[in-house]
Design a protein around this ligand. Structure first.
Ligand SMILES: Nc1ncnc2c1ncn2[C@@H]1O[C@H](COP(=O)(O)OP(=O)(O)O)[C@@H](O)[C@H]1O
Ligand SMILES: [Mg+2]
Length: 246
């Protein structure tokens, strides 16, 4: 499981995450929805220590970190090994092939040797259906294919949690489906997935629970089907309607 308590993050005087308490059980799929600027990306980034929360307690199974105390490099690496990010803009190295991009993550984060990294990376390309594109450079791949490389990279780390930050927002509409299909295929395989998304039908069908972020707090959350069938807050209802009318 992954849990945060009283989780806070500010940029200067702007508090963006305002004391969030949330727990995700192992293997659960959670969709995070909410308006632009509500703090969804920042929340994910603090879970992966790309940004440092200034207060709160993170528990990742047997790892517990109190952010108001000292956090060592070892602690950060430990969290990074167990959480992997999939980014909106893919974040692939442009001068490396798809295969090298996935291997790099294993070599840097997992301190793996090249041969082992290559073996594992190849297996992950099969999982995302890109065996025949492993030796292409990112610019030779479509956006949908690049994002599938991003997902292969996250899977290769065999993390306890994968964090997806709007994985389909940068894609042309005709490529959204292939990426959602890959995410769907890895859901409910034991890895905890936390997915920021505007794809409401996908959230309803694939997520176990849905969280509505509003202005740095969780305004509402619940089991996915129930959440969409019967949102409790006016703001949640308005948000869902607005997205669905787009
Ligand atoms: N690196 C940063 N420096 C300063 N402000 C930031 C930074 N990243 C995000 N913010 C601010 O934090 C708020 C939440 O942003 P973000 O987490 O990106 O929201 P969302 O992903 O929900 O659109 C916004 O007001 C944004 O301007
Ligand atoms: Mg965002």
């Amino acid at each position: 499981m992954i849990e945060v308590k009283n989780w806070k993050k500010s940029f200067g005087s702007n508090q963006v995450i305002k004391g969030v308490d949330y727990r995700v059980e192992t293997g659960d799929v959670v969709a995070i929805i909410g308006a632009s600027g509500s703090g969804k990306s920042t929340f994910l980034r603090t879970l992966n220590f790309l940004e440092k929360a200034e207060e709160g307690i993170l528990t990742l199974d047997d790892i517990t970190l109190d952010m108001s105390g000292k956090i060592s490099k070892k602690d950060i690496l430990n969290v990074r090994r167990n959480t992997a990010m999939v980014f909106q803009g893919f974040n692939l190295f442009s001068h490396r092939t798809a295969l090298e991009n996935v291997m790099e993550a294993l070599i840097v984060v997992k301190k793996m040797n090249k041969d082992d990294a290559k073996k594992i990376a190849k297996e992950e390309f099969a999982r995302v259906g890109l065996q025949d594109r492993m030796n292409y450079y990112p610019h030779q791949l479509s956006g949908g294919q690049q994002q599938r490389v991003g997902i292969a990279r996250a899977l290769a780390l065999n993390p306890r949690v994968i964090l997806f930050d709007e994985p389909t927002s940068a894609l042309d509409p005709e490529m959204v489906g292939e990426v959602l299909d890959v995410i769907r295929s890895i859901s409910h395989q034991g890895t905890t997935l936390i997915i920021v998304t505007h794809e409401m039908a996908f959230a309803r069908d694939v997520a176990d629970r849905v969280v509505f972020f509003s202005d740095g707090v969780i305004l509402e959350e619940g089991p996915a089907k129930e959440f969409f069938a019967n949102p409790k807050h006016d703001r949640t209802r308005q948000f869902i309607q607005r997205i669905n009318n787009h």
